[in-house]
Ligand binder design. Structure first.
Ligand SMILES: Nc1ncnc2c1ncn2[C@@H]1O[C@H](COP(=O)(O)OP(=O)(O)OP(=O)(O)O)[C@@H](O)[C@H]1O
Length: 307
């Protein structure tokens, strides 16, 4: 299998209710996600990320286009296409009266997993919920509910696991645990797709990134390539005294919260050495300095601004 997911000309129009306007959420989206990757689907609010995920999961009907999950066309082979994907939704909607063990058993039943093939307790242990197996879901904390949703998405052992904003409002410990587990699943062969608003997280986790803006794919590349392509760089200097000195054209200077002077510049136009000379010529006394490479956040800002 080369691509775990292939979307071609995907279009979604939400019909206006009661005479309201139609809303075009996706406008001919083409996207391929290689098998075995950890893929980050990013984009500003309302770009169409959840719509894309929900269409892949079979939760929202597409208006037009083609969807292949693990090689199975969603229209021609809906059963296999659905069996190949598991989705961890954004909302923490768990049935309050089910225990985690019961919730997984029900889910396994829905997916037609034979009893002999169920791995309920193994999955509960993996997500750290085995000791809560018989607790009512309404007594679980937010973090535990999140883990239960991950567990539910895994009962049918899907080749593709989609996580929609899995760490929104999650504490740092759980976030790290979740990412360890996601990496483990990926190493065992599961293709991972995730959306997140934490760009640092996407940069650290994802080997490939796709950026959606206004219902279209505006960028898709290996994370390292996206970062390399950016011409931006920063020079961080600790100085005696405060204020921002006069700077060469095209160089932007700000003081960070810790007082350090941050100069943002284009690698193609300036070098750190030139800028240091410039500061010295301005009479600035430099105590320390470091350069910083661009982050995904800079790439994201640049791309969505242009789009
Ligand atoms: N059920 C719906 N009915 C009508 N419009 C909808 C519906 N669901 C989403 N939309 C609209 O479609 C567009 C795309 O929404 P979507 O939720 O896919 O974006 P998103 O990228 O996931 O956003 P966010 O980052 O805020 O979760 C938005 O303009 C949204 O208002």
């Amino acid at each position: 299998m080369e691509n775990a997911i292939e979307l071609a000309g995907l279009r979604k129009v939400y019909r206006g209710q009661g005479g309201g306007d139609d809303k075009i959420a996706l406008e001919g989206l083409d996207l391929s996600i290689p098998a075995g990757s950890i893929f980050g689907l990013l984009g500003p609010n309302g770009a169409g990320k959840s719509t894309t995920i929900n269409i892949m999961a079979g939760l929202v009907n597409k208006t037009a286009g083609n969807v292949r999950i693990w090689g199975f066309d969603q229209d021609e082979n809906p059963r296999m296409s659905r069996a190949s994907i598991g989705v961890v939704p954004q909302e923490l909607n768990v049935d309050p009266f089910f225990t985690p063990r019961a919730a997984l058993e029900v889910q396994a039943g829905l997916y037609g997993v034979p009893r002999s093939e169920r791995r309920t307790d193994q999955i509960l242990e993996k997500v750290g919920l085995l000791d809560k197996a018989e607790a009512y879901a309404r007594t679980l904390s937010g973090g535990m509910r999140r883990r239960l949703l991950v567990a539910k998405a895994l009962v049918h052992a899907p080749q593709v696991l989609v996580l929609d904003e899995p760490t929104a409002g999650v504490d740092i410990e759980l976030r790290l645990m979740l990412w360890d587990y996601v990496r483990e699943l990926n190493e065992a062969g599961t293709t991972i797709i995730l959306t997140t608003h934490y760009l640092e997280e996407a940069e650290a986790m994802c080997d490939r990134i796709g950026i959606i803006s206004a219902g279209k794919l505006v960028e898709c590349d290996e994370t390292s390539n996206l970062l390399k392509r950016l011409d931006a760089k920063s020079l961080v200097v600790t100085t005696e005294g405060q204020g921002v000195p006069a700077l060469p054209e095209g160089v932007n200077g700000t003081r960070r919260e810790d007082g350090a002077l941050v100069l943002s510049y284009r690698k193609s136009a300036h070098s750190a050495m030139d800028l240091l000379d410039h500061l010295r010529n301005q009479g600035v006394v430099i105590q320390d300095m470091a350069t910083e490479e661009p982050h995904l956040e800079d790439v994201f800002r640049e791309i969505t601004k242009a789009a």
